[in-house]
Write a protein that binds this ligand. Structure first.
Ligand code: NAD
Length: 498
């Protein structure tokens, strides 16, 4: 496929690879008698989520950017939203009566005492009430590194004794406790949010406000926008980065000129990732098994990318990938380990073959490919982005999936361990952990399992492959340089994986 062959659908929307499984319950309860019955019985009424569309404004309504305490980041965060086209208000009184808010952002990064938390409540409660359908609540806090409070380990302040510590250690412990409290607050708000609204916590060290805002900007814009439709109840830490000299020109595609490898790109989530990355300007090298060659070629055709037929577990896979990347593209900027399989059995019935195949595809192959890319000169360009597609099962475990959950938890371990190696070349490595996503795979699950997967989440529905793809695209952006070594669930705050 030539690079000149551009994607037919640059927005990535409507380019679905397979007929989308229908959520009949959502359709039934959307209006008419079904809606009436659901209301009377107190049943969930999932709404159509606001997802990315061409020409869409950043937010569905005005934004309110508030602060608790000194709030050193509120002004900078408001500027980021304004630059994204949002109408921003610093006070609720400035918002037209009756207008539903598109987003509420609260800078609580300087909050340090239990009393300060009352300011957070007092600011949030009336604003949250005004949040419109598919609105966004975003709390901004400070990181809480473990064991950093002076005296916390009994020695740093030299004054900790008798279990009470010094005044300064007590203050540091209280600050850490209060910042951690924001996590409970935001995750609970996510469970209270209605009509497709979400709530998330963004942590960034406010010591240098300009660098903090620069580090947080891409995550703020992702979590505020329709791109994060299925991301709720999450905590993301963004490291401060030197403020960019000049903002990128308006309308520039963030991945323009970049080469992205996506494994398992022939269908489902992988095909959606290829489409969204291509829509953001990347040349996508789709990888999949030869048996999926036709579907893979169709994806490459749609996205203007190229296809590499290859089993990622084959002994020759690392060498073939390197050869393809170095000979044709001079290296890669983005690598997405998406190929994955399930071979479910209860542990008591789990044979060595089912164990080995899942571990080989889902864990050993990403480890080997990443290792080869890191070792070969020029294969990963400076500022590279590696994203692994893990799973909610890898965080919470799942009955019948000891092999799958082990492989997906292993990916999370790999991401954390690889972060320093990527940082040495100004790169990042992260995992996304999808929950229940409407794909051919989940369409085949028994009705009750499928309904539980859909309804037992704060958004009361399954996500779409594009939701996972949008999260991958956010992490792949050059502007997401401050986000590394993290796991972000794309699961509508699934209660099963809580
Ligand atoms: P899918 O089965 O529809 O697609 C997986 C793709 O990977 C297929 O095209 C397949 O051919 C390819 N693949 C499998 N083995 C391969 C190999 N050895 N070499 C190269 N390609 C190979 O699955 P999906 O639902 O799109 O899932 C994609 C990823 O997301 C997987 O890693 C999966 O574990 C993960 N995930 C999915 C869900 C969900 O609800 N669908 C939830 C959590 C995580």
């Amino acid at each position: 496929m030539s690079r000149a062959h551009r994607p037919r659908n640059r927005s990535g929307e409507g380019a679905a690879t397979a007929p989308r499984p229908v959520d009949r319950y959502r359709e039934l309860t959307a209006a008419g008698p079904g809606a009436w019955v659901a209301r009377r019985l107190g049943l969930p009424r999932p709404v159509a989520l606001r997802r990315t569309e061409p020409g869409q404004p950043l937010l569905a309504g005005p934004a309110l950017v508030l602060g608790a305490g000194a709030a050193p980041l509120a002004g900078g965060l408001a500027d980021v939203l304004r630059a994204g086209g949002a109408q921003v208000h610093p006070e609720l009184s400035g918002v037209a009566a009756g207008a539903a808010l598109g987003a509420v952002v609260l800078d609580a990064s300087a909050v340090a005492t239990v009393e300060d938390l009352e300011q957070v409540r007092a600011a949030l409660a009336p604003a949250f009430r005004r949040l419109g359908p598919c609105g966004r609540l975003l709390l901004v806090g400070a990181p809480v590194p473990p064991g950093t409070a002076p005296g916390a380990s009994g020695g740093a302040s030299g004054g900790a004794s008798g279990g009470t510590g010094t005044a300064s250690s007590a203050a540091a412990v209280e600050r850490a406790a209060v910042q951690q409290a924001l996590e409970g607050l935001s995750r609970s708000a996510a469970k209270e949010a209605r009509a497709g609204a979400t709530a998330n916590l963004l942590r960034v060290d406010p010591a240098d406000p300009a660098a903090a805002v620069a580090g947080a900007a891409s995550t703020l814009l992702f979590l505020a926008s329709a791109r994060s439709a299925f991301v709720s109840g999450q905590v993301v830490t963004a490291a401060p980065v030197p403020a960019p000299a000049a903002p990128p020109p308006a309308g520039e595609q963030p991945l323009a000129g970049r080469v992205a490898v996506v494994t398992g790109a022939a269908r489902g989530i992988g095909a959606a990732i290829a489409e969204v990355l291509a829509a953001r300007g990347a040349h996508v090298v789709g990888v999949d098994v030869p048996a999926a060659g036709e579907a893979l070629a169709a994806v490459a055709n749609r996205t203007g990318g190229s296809a590499l037929q290859m089993d990622v577990t084959a002994p020759s896979a690392p060498a073939r990938l390197l050869e393809h990347l170095l000979a044709r593209h001079g290296g890669a900027d983005v690598v997405v380990h998406n190929a994955g399989i399930t071979r479910d059995r209860l542990l008591v019935n789990l044979d060595a073959q089912r164990w080995a195949s899942v571990l080989a595809v889902n864990l050993a192959a990403p480890l080997r490919l990443t290792d080869a890319l890191l070792a070969a000169d020029g294969a990963l360009r400076p500022g590279a982005r590696v994203v692994a597609v893990s799973s909610m099962s890898g965080i919470a475990g799942n009955r019948g999936q000891t092999n799958y959950a082990a492989s997906k938890a292993g990916l999370i371990g790999a991401v954390r361990a690889l972060a320093p190696a990527l940082a040495q070349r100004s790169g990042t490595v992260n995992a996304v952990a999808p929950g229940f996503i409407e794909t051919e795979m989940t369409a085949r699950t028994p009705l009750l399992t499928r309904e539980a997967g859909r309804r037992l989440s704060s958004l009361h529905q399954g996500g779409l492959p594009v939701d996972v793809a949008e999260a991958v695209a956010w992490l792949a952006e050059p502007a997401s340089a401050g986000v590394t070594g993290q796991v972000v669930r794309v699961d509508g705050q699934n209660l099963i994986g809580a």
